[in-house]
Design a protein around this ligand. Sequence first.
Ligand code: FAD
Length: 286
Amino acid sequence: QTGVRVERQPLSRYTTLGVGGEAEIWFVETLDQLREAVSAPYRILGGGSNLVVADEGVPERVIRLCGPLAKADLEPDPQLSTAGDIVTGWVGGGTPLPGLLRKLQGLGLSNLEGTVGIPAQVGGAVWMNAGTRFGEMFGGLHSLELVTPQGTRTVTPDELDWGYRNSGIPRGEIVSRVRLRLRASTPPDVQARMTLADDARKGQPKMKTPGCAFKNPQGVAGKGAGRLIDEAGLKGTRCGQAMISPEHANFIVNLGGATAADVHGLLDIIRRQVPVPLELEYELWP
Ligand code: FAD
């Protein structure tokens, strides 16, 4: 009834790994369309930058925020802004994070530059509280609008039990829009902090990948997952068209035409050959 566009498409088009079978994709542009979309079992897709989607696809409808729900109103809200804090208008959950950060840099607005280089959408980055040691999404959030089949609610970060790479938002709640809480700086200063955060990414592969495969284990004397995989001699190991990156062992890359089965094959090899139990960073669909 709301005119939402629905198409069956391979999810490989929407994941940074370039893997994933077909699903019914709901291209949602308005809150009314979103409310219609959540009336049957669904998954919410962001930038697809943390996903390994099965070759069979997923049975649920897959919601993708676009149109107005992928745009950012960065105009300061005079009612909510204070002397220290600039609070923006609504930023759609489907807004690509890299483009948003470029705009904030141009406006000299600070608080989110630590998230530079994360190829996510705002909603997905908020849902995971994505970030680096230079800063995370919750460092720049004023409030969040969340949609579920039960209705819509607006919350502030202190109402959520958020922490390291975790927003505390229950699974299934969709981050439809957020307001950012920013600080006035200057374009060169914001750029300098972005460059610092970006420099820490040198050595990460530039190929199709869903980012780090495993979380760094606790209590292994400063050895990250990448170091442990490297020490097991697995850099460059291939399974079909998927490969453990020779540049950084905690990255699995798609050499072109990889399948989810190829990626799972590599994950199994890593689990068998690394002597320490590793916890997966990727999210697996289904
Ligand atoms: P997706 O991968 O599409 O989905 C991930 C999860 O978020 C799913 O559960 C999905 O349902 C949920 N989700 C997506 N959109 C919404 C929404 N609107 N509302 C509610 N839930 C939603 N992560 C870091 O934290 N730090 C890094 O430095 C980092 N570097 C990366 C570098 C590369 C090259 C890559 C490929 C990934 C990197 N990542 C990093 C991982 C990834 O970008 C983050 O996990 C990010 O938060 C995923 O966001 P997304 O929009 O792509 O979500």
